[in-house]
Design a protein. Structure first.
Ligand SMILES: Nc1ncnc2c1ncn2[C@@H]1O[C@H](COP(=O)(O)OP(=O)(O)OP(=O)(O)O)[C@@H](O)[C@H]1O
Ligand SMILES: Nc1ncnc2c1ncn2[C@@H]1O[C@H](COP(=O)(O)OP(=O)(O)O)[C@@H](O)[C@H]1O
Ligand SMILES: [Mg+2]
Ligand SMILES: [Mg+2]
Lengths: 326, 314
């Protein structure tokens, strides 16, 4: 592995996306997206289904042509030289990419060939991938008969076989059990510590917390980026209260109407999370407000927001903003 | 459990071998009428294989399955009218549109015209797909395909629903909508068997079966499973979760330290004496943390602990 070049993050950005647009016919899948990913940084892609995450990743891999905008990966203009880009990256697609009727070992050997892993290194790299995926003892098993989570792990193994300096992982842990998901993330962090730059999409909000930075995408636009801490503390635009109540539905409606100091509210499990301008004031005023409506709270307390709160809130706010604009 | 609740699905000594692998190995459980029953366990535990046998698409090597009083191993076709099965990889017709796919499955299940339209629009609205009804399935995003698969599986109301990882790849907001739909079906008396890799969803089931290597380890309500944990769970809130993990993983009396989104969870034998030790270790390791306190165990803490007991050589 080449030594990471010390330079500031802006100069050193491994991925640069500027005003990216992708249209499929009249449909705008990516709408003026811009972001950068620094050397050795783990960037998370979050967003509802259909937001445009995979489309952006496919464009970065040179598999799909942008309608407008500029995209460079490892300093290479993707539009100009997609072949060269592909040698520098590892890509794990959301859609299944392994050969189901080849064995574990045969798949690895096949991808080793595609990625031009030197012959002398192939055995060692395959060993690494098999250990990483926890598939020792299953080298001769047909991939189609492996449990789903194992197939995902093998696909990641194939993506890192050639030690790419940049990794694009599209929902790599989809359907993988929690314990292996943690191992996956240990590995992603180890790779990043070695200077590998990682872009990873996920629907698991706990995984979003493990990224250095995350971008939240909705309907093709990037609506927030920042470290998990920054997203929780500034992007949310308020403080969070948890309210437990007998009648969740009516209480939710009441809180969303004209409750004092309330920005928004949504149901989480058997409680309501209420975004307020000021937590102390909310704890003072909301119980009386609910009692007047015969909805006395059983419990009200301030809580630390999770990234799921941020996700739910920012997506709802963005949807409301678009409705107003329309 | 309550003896008055009748069981509608029973597996008794269910076994399936693939060459040298015993995918399902003497598995017995029974599912009550009108409950949401979760099958959970590590990758390869045998969840999908079990589902496939219950659905009548895979023949067991041994053991019995009774669905609504009928022995379906003897007569695989007899179970099918009662149930709807959504496999882990649902077959969509990529060349057909969203609406055409739904129509195909509705025809297959002989769903009445008015019912299917009402259902389909409600399901598509809940998953934010209403505007894409004319789009070809092959052009949907991964999660949208998953949602279309769910819509097809739910377009008729069977007595029993078998859902194998229905929410994999589905975004957090839609997952909640989906659970709202499942609760609605349960109200209507539908019995639901579900597998999931999201443990917050496991928490929502009435009862859970924890599988490991094709065996049943435990089968109980989430609350009762939590009672089985010995010791207390301590939550450390920190944005430096990895460093916190490293600092405390080897302390005496501390086990099953796991990273969670907000920091780490650790199981301790005695909270009063171990919390000060944890605090010291974090300070020695220069780990910045916001809070350290005993917390109610999550179902994930429970599984980590129970599976760890299982894996430990005896
Ligand atoms: N070839 C195509 N033709 C038409 N529309 C397309 C095509 N590919 C993608 N789209 C549309 O572009 C939008 C973005 O899709 P994309 O796959 O990028 O979403 P995503 O954010 O990855 O979603 P998910 O979380 O479900 O994976 C969707 O509305 C999708 O249907
Ligand atoms: N058709 C098959 N041929 C061979 N082995 C299989 C087949 N289906 C499943 N297995 C094996 O059976 C075990 C259980 O798999 P599965 O039921 O898919 O697990 P889960 O759904 O719990 O992840 C695994 O070891 C898997 O590799
Ligand atoms: Mg995608
Ligand atoms: Mg499975």
């Amino acid at each position: 592995m080449t030594a990471p070049v010390a330079a500031d993050a802006q100069v050193d950005a491994q991925v640069v996306v500027e005003n990216l647009v992708k249209r499929f016919g009249d449909f705008v899948a990516v709408d003026h997206a811009s972001f950068r990913i620094g050397h050795g940084e783990i960037m998370g892609f979050l967003g509802p289904n259909g937001a445009g995450k995979s489309t952006i990743i496919r464009i970065l891999c040179g598999l799909l042509r942008p309608s407008a905008g500029r995209v460079s990966v490892a300093g290479i203009d993707v539009a100009r030289d997609p072949e060269l880009v592909r040698q520098r990256i590892g890509y794990m697609s959301q859609k299944f990419s392994l050969y189901r009727d080849l064995t574990v070992e045969e798949n690895l050997r096949f991808f080793g060939g595609i990625y031009r892993v030197p012959r002398g290194e192939l055995a060692e790299r395959m060993r690494f991938a098999i250990d990483m995926a926890g598939l020792g003892g299953r080298e001769k098993t047909l991939v189609g008969t492996l449990a789903g989570g194992w197939q995902q792990r093998l696909a990641l193994g194939c993506a890192v076989l050639h030690r790419p300096p940049i990794l694009f992982l599209d929902e790599p842990t989809s359907g993988v059990e929690p314990k292996s998901r943690r191992r996956f993330w240990d590995l992603i962090h180890a790779l990043a510590a070695d200077g590998v730059t990682v872009l990873v999409s996920t629907h698991y909000m706990d995984e979003a917390e493990y990224c250095h930075r995350a971008a939240l995408i909705n309907q093709g636009r990037i609506i927030a980026t920042g470290s998990p801490d920054a997203l929780k503390h500034t992007a949310l635009g308020g403080e969070l209260l948890l309210i437990e109540c007998e009648a969740l539905g009516p209480a939710l409606a009441a809180l969303r109407q004209q409750a004092p100091g309330v920005i928004d509210a949504s149901v989480f499990g058997n409680a309501i999370h209420v975004l307020v301008r000021d937590a102390d004031r909310g704890i003072d005023e909301l119980p009386a407000y609910l009692e007047r409506r015969a909805l006395p709270p059983i419990r009200i307390e301030r809580i630390n927001p999770s990234l799921e709160d941020v996700f739910v809130q920012l997506i709802a706010a963005d949807a409301a903003k678009r409705r107003q604009a329309a | 459990m309550n003896a008055a609740r009748e069981s509608i699905v029973t597996a008794d000594g269910l076994t399936k071998r693939f060459a040298e692998v015993a995918a399902v190995d003497g598995l017995s459980f029974s599912v009550n009428h009108g409950e949401i029953f979760g099958l959970v366990g590590p990758d390869g535990a045998g969840k999908t294989t079990t589902m496939r046998m219950l659905a009548g698409v895979l023949r067991p090597d041994g053991g019995g399955i009774v669905i609504d009083g009928v022995d379906v191993v003897a007569d695989p076709e007899s179970g099918k009218p009662h149930l709807s099965y959504m496999p882990q990889r649902f077959g969509l017709y990529e060349e057909l549109t969203v609406d055409e796919n739904i129509r195909f499955y509705a025809d297959l299940f002989e769903v009445a015209q008015d019912v299917r339209e009402e259902r389909a629009s409600r399901l598509l609205a809940a998953s934010g797909m209403s505007q894409f009804r004319g789009r070809r399935a092959g052009q949907l995003s991964g999660g949208m395909k998953q949602k279309l698969g769910l819509t097809c599986a739910l377009v008729h109301t069977p007595q029993i629903l078998l859902l194998d990882e229905p929410t994999t790849g589905v975004d957090p907001v839609s997952r909640r909508e989906f659970w709202g739909i499942l609760y609605g079906l349960r109200e209507e008396g539908v019995t639901i068997l579900i597998t999931t890799a999201y443990l917050d969803e496991a928490e929502r089931c009435n009862r859970l079966a924890l599988l490991h290597n094709g065996h049943l380890l435990y089968c109980d309500t989430p609350a009762a499973l939590k009672q089985r944990m010995s010791g207390a769970v301590v939550a450390i809130t920190s944005s430096a979760g990895r460093a916190a993990h490293a600092a405390i993983a080897d302390l005496a009396g501390v086990s099953n330290v796991i990273l969670v989104g907000s920091g780490v969870h650790a199981v301790v034998d005695d909270a009063a004496s171990r919390i000060p030790a944890l605090r010291d270790a974090l300070q020695r390791g220069n780990v910045v943390f916001d809070d350290i306190a005993v917390t109610a165990p999550s179902i994930e803490d429970v599984f980590v602990a129970l599976l760890e007991d299982e894996r430990r050589p005896r």
